[in-house]
Design a binder for this molecule. Structure first.
Ligand code: SF4
Ligand code: SF4
Length: 429
């Protein structure tokens, strides 16, 4: 037997050992009398007084059999997920136009609306795949997708019909700036089986209205908040996304105060990492956090909000759970489609035709843009192979690392230290 290589340890003030296993997500407190098990398992394992704890640690996979190679299992699960063909995941941008011009928007927005021809071709593409899949997952994205609601409506109805006919599970979600919502749209969401929405608020009114403005320069906070209340009243599943950078991260608590004072409860929140990923948003690069800085700040913000307002939002998790793969860009059956029918692997590439992999009508293709993502291999990096955070990080964002000889590390391992601090606080040790 041996210790899992995905155990992270923390000696608590009373000298008990806190163990967190990134592969199982489990937490364990090993009483200090048994701490030698960690320091010298080989020597301790035959001692009678350790039998009970060895059994417990083995049952929860903190201790594993000698022949188990956890890294090989992670690699296997990565491949399974990468080449899983049961799900078809499509992010569809019915338009690249937007009613807002957020200062950090990475999209080079051309006011393109999807035409009938592209809509039909998307439907043909789904039809040609439907018999071999078990689940169709659609994310509506843009531009602002609500500017092309007729496309969402037409395609949703067609997808739902197809899925019913072939007994395929259907899921749909929308990412919107939330400004154009109204009663009727929300009722239509339900009819079109769109079962959740992500809306961005970048801080309290004063901060949000500096970043997220209409094309005429006016702020959007009041209207978006009004619409969030509408969604809440209609019991619609809402995730508030807060994009953080060096300018606004300190103000997120004020947003929580504001939502609390207006009794806007029961929503979930997630933080987003602002990055200057494309030419279109290069100007904001100096105010962006590095990935590592972002993760640490994200942890602190969510922890403090959970603590101050335990019932305001659905409980936010402080550290990712184990995942087989970091994102859909490296999966064989996940694509983003822009309003002109160009298909991409990564959301950051949407709208940049040089990065597209096919056109939905097969008129153009660039196989290398596909191969580059599918061949992204986090296991070629020795740092990742030796890292305790691998099960939750899996090498991080492929877009950031596609051409890197050395991994641009997310510093998830630093986050683990923070997480153990939080757990320690919670245990009041
Ligand atoms: S590769 Fe990175 S930027 Fe692209 S969709 Fe995945 S996580 Fe996002
Ligand atoms: S990117 Fe960094 S934190 Fe993530 S698995 Fe690789 S070495 Fe670990």
């Amino acid at each position: 037997m041996k210790l899992s290589k995905y155990n992270a340890y923390r000696t608590l003030k009373n000298k008990d050992i806190l163990i967190y296993n990134t592969l199982s997500g489990g937490l364990f407190i090993l009483p200090k009398e048994h701490a030698q098990l960690i320091n010298n398992l080989e020597k301790e394992k035959n001692k009678k007084r350790e039998i009970e704890y060895i059994a417990k640690l083995t049952a929860e996979k903190y201790i594993i059999d000698d022949e188990i190679d956890e890294l090989e299992i992670i690699k296997y699960q990565y491949l399974l997920s990468q080449y899983d063909k049961d799900n078809l995941n499509l992010t569809i941008c019915p338009t690249m136009a937007c009613n807002m011009k957020c200062i950090y928007c990475y999209q080079d927005k051309k006011p393109k609306i999807m035409n009938d021809d592209i809509r039909r071709k998307i439907l043909t593409y789904v039809k040609s795949n439907i018999k071999r899949i078990k689940e169709l997952n659609i994310s509506w994205f843009g531009g602002e997708p609500l500017l092309a609601f007729d496309t969402i409506s037409y395609l949703s109805k067609s997808f739902i019909k197809l899925c019913e006919k072939y007994n395929v599970k259907y899921n749909a979600y929308i990412i919107s700036n939330g400004y154009l919502l109204n009663n009727e749209t929300i009722d239509n969401f339900k009819k079109l089986k769109i079962n959740g929405i992500q809306i961005t608020l970048d801080g309290p009114k004063e901060i949000h209205d500096k970043k997220r403005i209409l094309n005429n320069g006016n702020g959007t906070y009041d209207k978006i908040l009004e619409n969030i209340i509408l969604l809440r009243d209609k019991k619609f599943n809402v995730n508030i996304r807060i994009n953080i950078d060096k300018n606004n991260y300190k103000y997120i608590y004020e947003l929580a105060d504001e939502l609390n004072s207006k009794k806007i409860k029961g929503l979930s929140i997630s933080l987003g990492h602002l990055q200057a990923s494309t030419e279109a948003c290069k100007s904001i690069s100096s105010s962006c956090f590095t990935v590592g800085e972002y993760l640490l700040n994200q942890h602190d913000i969510l922890k403090n909000i959970n603590k101050k307002y335990p019932k305001l939002f659905k409980k936010s998790i402080l550290i990712s759970e184990k995942q087989s793969i970091y994102c859909g860009a490296v999966k064989i059956n996940s694509y983003a489609i822009d309003a002109e029918g160009y298909m991409y692997k990564c959301w950051n590439d949407i709208g940049n035709k040089n990065k597209s992999i096919y056109r939905i009508d097969n008129t153009e293709d660039n196989i290398m843009n596909l191969v580059n993502y599918l061949n992204f291999n986090p296991f070629k990096y020795q740092d990742c192979n030796n890292c305790v955070a691998l099960p939750i990080c899996v090498g991080g964002c492929p877009y950031n690392n596609l051409r890197n000889e050395k991994i641009k590390c997310t510093r998830y391992n630093d986050l683990i230290e923070k997480y153990l601090d939080s757990v320690q606080d919670n245990y009041k040790i």
